[in-house]
Design a protein around this ligand. Structure first.
Ligand SMILES: Nc1ncnc2c1ncn2[C@@H]1O[C@H](COP(=O)(O)OP(=O)(O)OP(=O)(O)O)[C@@H](O)[C@H]1O
Ligand SMILES: [Mg+2]
Length: 356
């Protein structure tokens, strides 16, 4: 096992700069997810850690040693890609043992490692099969088996589940997490799927355009996004955002958005007249019976089963509220909504930075 660090890492492809000075410390034994939209530099960063891309400027360290000039095969890492790239002409056992054969390990050790990996990954019944005779999930497990037999210091995953159907993704997500609990091998996992990131990570690193926006535990980034980008990127349905201006009313500070007053908790550190964006997650916006709350007009009602997602129009914007109550809701009717004051977010409109 080993820690992994990026120290002021830059990457240019010719004239094009794609990674702009990333500083990142990944603790020994942790499970870190790199999350961000397509093209933000996740794979590039992972591939620089793996040694598959050169570093333009800055350092990559594994176990405290600078590895910029160390060949990928000498970095003691194992990488699993989106397309598992199994050897089609080899059976499962041969696929898993290939790297050990190449390294000329003794046959007894190879057999031991392969049967250990097959057991952990529930692949024992399939050792003699060829990749074409396996399901997507089984192939994914073989790719993982190939990585774990090498007993690397670091696992690097690049969207390993994106070729699988929804149900299998959920199952493999749990399996990878369980595997990490057992082996405790430092893992860097790339995905653009925020649910995968939330459920698997010890820490999430949110990237945008080659820069880190925020690093934190899944609930830290969900509950305390540092800016509008993180606030809208994490969470589905997304956080409701309403532009407005800070005003003073009887109860203290509030946000005036259109002709609606949005309440703020006491002690919100904003200034009168400041242009802000008011943020509230759908699950923190409660429908209220009778005349209370901020009036909104119901536009779409989506029952998901456990919950009902209610889309309404409020201050000219579409706003989503989630409830688990079985309310009678009709399109076009008025519905009062009440934000949970201790879950309100506030951002400076110009900088996008969180104020609250
Ligand atoms: N070999 C290359 N030459 C030039 N530009 C490249 C090269 N490889 C990647 N890029 C650019 O670098 C940026 C980051 O790419 P990268 O593959 O790291 O994104 P990503 O976050 O992994 O995206 P995705 O989620 O789509 O896989 C992109 O704008 C991409 O076009
Ligand atoms: Mg990628």
């Amino acid at each position: 096992m080993a820690s992994v660090s990026a120290k002021k890492v830059f990457k240019n492809y010719g004239e094009v700069a794609v990674v702009h000075g990333i500083d990142l410390d990944i603790e020994d034994g942790s499970f870190v997810v790199l999350l961000g939209p397509s093209g933000c530099g996740k794979s590039t960063l992972l591939r620089m850690i793996a040694g598959l891309e050169t570093v333009t400027k800055g350092d990559i360290e594994i176990a405290g040693k600078r590895v910029n000039d160390v060949h990928p095969k000498d970095r003691n890492i194992a990488m699993v890609f989106q397309n598992y790239a199994l050897y089609a002409h080899m059976n499962v056992a041969a696929n898993m043992s290939f790297s050990l054969q190449l390294a000329k390990r003794p046959q007894s050790e190879i057999d031991e490692k392969v049967s250990w990996a097959a057991k952990i990954l529930n692949l024992e019944p399939y050792l003699k099969r060829y990749p074409r005779e396996l399901s997507g999930g089984q192939r994914q497990r073989v790719a993982m088996g190939r990585a774990i037999v090498r007993d690397p210091a670091v696992f690097l995953f690049d969207e390993p589940l994106s070729n699988l159907d929804a149900k299998l993704r959920v199952q493999m997500r749990t399996e990878i997490k369980e595997l990490h609990e057992r082996l405790k091998t430092t893992t860097v996992y790339v995905t653009h799927d925020q649910i995968e990131a939330m459920t698997m990570a010890d820490k999430i690193v949110i990237l945008r355009d080659g820069r880190i926006e925020q690093i934190g535990s899944p609930l830290e980034v969900y509950d305390h996004p540092v800016n509008l980008f993180v606030a809208t990127f994490i969470g589905s349905p997304a956080m409701n955002l309403l532009k407005g201006e800070i005003v003073k009313d009887k109860a203290g500070l509030a946000v005036k958005s259109g002709d609606v007053l949005l309440p703020l908790p006491k002690g919100a550190g904003a200034e009168k007249g400041q242009k802000v964006v008011y943020g509230i997650r759908p699950e923190h916006l409660d429908p209220v019976a009778g005349k209370g709350g901020i009036p909104s007009r119901i536009s779409v009602v989506e029952p998901t089963g456990p919950e009902i997602h209610i889309y309404t129009e409020l201050a000219g914007e579409e706003v989503c509220a989630i409830t688990d109550e079985r309310l009678e809701l009709k399109r076009g009717e008025t519905l009062g909504l009440e934000p949970k004051l201790d879950r309100v977010h506030l951002f400076d409109e110009e900088s996008g930075k969180a104020i609250l």
